[in-house]
Design a protein around this ligand. Structure first.
Ligand code: NDP
Ligand code: PYC
Length: 338
């Protein structure tokens, strides 16, 4: 493979999995990694697609992730489902815990999945969609490593701390949003650097706290939270709930543990699932139908729903395959042979 090409999801997934298996990941870890990276490419989310493979491999080379980790589910019947990722990637831990989380949320109305001691690089929408597919609403969040200055500050402290939300819909794609609490994901800044493109204004500061559109200076300096003090506070909430509260690393602690931002961060993750049916009991039920009224009103103004672009990209990939550039094909080929 040297030219730009189109692969089926099966072909690309198998290639990604082979790269991870070749360097010593277990089938559990490699399979879960391949599924989430393939999902990123399929949905045209380039900041968390195949570009992430090299970061995962660097994390392995630096001994910061266990490629053979077998995640462990804590056996009890509480509303807090706990999975110890045992130093492996979060994705295998999520796949182990999600069915239990869903079962508890359906029976109790509300349950949480706490993942501890995981390496985490991925988008959160595959996780919230796994739960909306089962008729649940879900919120997912995690810290990252210190790369974002709190509003009013100039030094990296918070992570890019993603927040994902999903709401199930009958006969339609779920309502899903998933974003970094920084102005953009760090992966976007890195893609600008690789492409030699300036950043939009308002994304970052250099080491001296001076606003910059230079991606390299931004990566050495600090990114900015989205929405000023509001994003800064939401990001801090994520540090508290998905770091401090679950007994895992905050973003500054994760950076100290790793010593670098070119590998995937180690911390925990919190996913909360809700049964809309249970919450609406005694209030007329049918909350899913009422939600449609809201979505219709949003669309009625000419606005689009979050994830609409992504679902359109998925439909295109499913119909016509996943198109990769010559550079991307060469990268995969190199990684497969390394
Ligand atoms: P974007 O700003 O690209 O998108 C954020 C969300 O807003 C998406 O759901 C997107 O839907 C939606 N959206 C964008 N434009 C519109 C619009 N005009 N109207 C309605 N909705 C819109 O995402 P980010 O760069 O902030 O984050 C990208 C990814 O990075 C996320 O998946 C996140 O989980 C991941 N990430 C992971 C981290 C980690 O530590 N694991 C850290 C930080 C980020 P659509 O996709 O359809 O455009
Ligand atoms: O894109 O901000 C990001 C990111 C950090 C860790 C994983 N993704």
């Amino acid at each position: 493979m040297t030219d730009a090409t189109t692969l089926t999801a099966h072909e690309l997934g198998a290639l990604i999995e082979e790269i991870f298996l070749n360097v010593g990941f277990s089938t559990t870890q490699a399979g879960a990694l391949a599924r989430v990276i393939l999902a990123g490419e399929q949905d045209a989310c380039k900041s968390h697609g195949i570009y992430r493979i090299e970061g995962c491999l660097r994390t392995l080379k630096q001994g910061k992730v266990d490629p053979q980790a077998t995640p462990k589910l804590q056996q009890d019947a509480s509303a807090i489902v706990r999975v110890d990722a045992k130093g492996g990637f979060a994705n295998a831990a999520f796949e182990l815990g999600a069915p239990v989380l869903a079962e508890r949320a359906h029976s109790l109305g509300l349950a949480a999945l706490v993942i501890n001691d995981c390496t985490h690089f991925s988008a959160l929408w595959p996780e919230v969609e796994a739960l909306t597919d089962l008729g649940l609403a879900a919120i997912a969040m995690c810290p990252s490593y210190a790369t974002v200055a709190p509003t009013g500050g100039t030094k990296p402290l918070l992570g890019t701390n993603p927040l994902g939300f999903g709401w199930p819909r009958k006969g339609a794609h779920p309502y899903v949003f998933d974003f970094a609490t920084s102005v953009a994901a760090r992966g976007e800044v890195e893609l600008h650097r690789i492409a030699g493109k300036p950043l939009p204004e308002g994304w970052a500061m250099d080491e001296n706290g001076t606003p910059t559109t230079d991606a390299t200076l931004a990566l050495e300096g600090a990114m900015l939270p989205f929405g000023g003090h509001k994003g800064s506070a939401i990001s801090t909430m994520i540090e508290l709930l998905a770091g401090v509260m679950i007994g895992d690393m905050t973003s500054p602690e994760a950076l100290e543990f790793l010593g670098a931002t070119n590998i995937a961060p180690r911390h925990g993750e919190l996913i909360i699932a809700f049964s809309p049916e249970k919450f609406a009991e005694g209030r007329g039920g049918a909350s899913l139908d009422r939600a449609e009224t809201l979505f219709d009103a949003i669309l009625g103004q000419g606005a689009r729903l979050p994830s609409q672009r992504r679902f359109a990209a998925r439909a295109e990939s499913q119909a016509n395959g996943i198109r990769l550039t010559a550079e991307e094909v060469a990268l995969l080929e190199r990684l497969r042979k390394d």
